[in-house]
Write a new protein. Sequence first.
Length: 378
Amino acid sequence: MRQPNPTTLLTNKNMKFIYILLSLITSQITYAQTDTVSTTTKLTFSGFADVYYAYDFNKPVSHERPGFLYNHSRHNEFNVNLAFLKAAYTSNKVRGTLALMAGTYAQYNLAAEQELLKNIFEANAGVQLAPKLWLDAGIFASHIGLESAISKDNYTLTRSLAAENTPYYESGAKLTYEAGSKWIFTGLVLNGWQNIREPEGNSSKAIGTQIQFKPTDKILLNSSTFIGNEKPDSVKQQRYFHDFYAIFQISEQFKLAAIFDIGAEKRADSGGSGNYTGNTYNTWFNPTLLLHYNFTDKVGLGARAEYYHDPNNVIIASGTRNGFKTFGYSLNLDYAPVTKVLLRLEGRLLDSEDAVFTRDNRAVDESLAITSSLAILF
């Protein structure tokens, strides 16, 4: 009997392998095409720039406004508060954001971060673990506070004392669950109170929560918490903080927001050993009222009244025996000449119980400033 030619046998095996491989590839292409139809993917690019001029009537020679203000913080010079370019990817089950920034906001607000991190506005990735349940990790906007780093989204041009002295950004991981159309629950594990890089000697992680409830289309209630240690392990002082705010859309033109923050930090041993002194705490709190009224589609008015009470200098170092106890008032006029452009002019007065400001090399108890801004979103 004639034996098959080895070359022919090899060729037949190769042909069969190629046929199977092509069949598998074809089936995968068909599946991918089907999956593409059922999955919405989107890659978008955007940007924002906020150019400002601020005049502080205390006339700081260094051009630096008080150290507890991190936005629009340069006196008597034209500058960029925040400018960023952003890429965002979204699909049914995956999302991610990368935004790089520049401006005095980054200069002052991220001064303690490593050089390569100081220009990151956002850098995070997320995956959907189950319907309405997302896991996100990276650098993202803070879960604390109503006001963001993007000025055009806020009721007033400058930020409240509450916003300036709570985190604008966080690094860590968070789980977010949307329970129907009214409730959103978020749990977070964080590096700390607005920091990407862990402070030297600090090995602990912070935790946070956020609950949002929207009983109607015109009311939003928010409760955010933070628990963590911001000191080295050797002098650990646990911090507890709660942020509450409520937003009311009174009418199509008029909206109102009320904020109340309160915090407590374990008091260190007065002898300097760093040990706890029982269960005693240094506390601080601050109520804030914000409102905004649109006269027309182009013209609006924003106002703020606030009080910041930090007698033990936990958050704001006043250099006085009574700590930082300051009232604040502001009024701003908004004008949007075209879509995605906003011009704002604001007057702001800070009135403190003690002389915590400086004018002509002497301590004073007031700070008056006028700030203007041209912001564009693209």
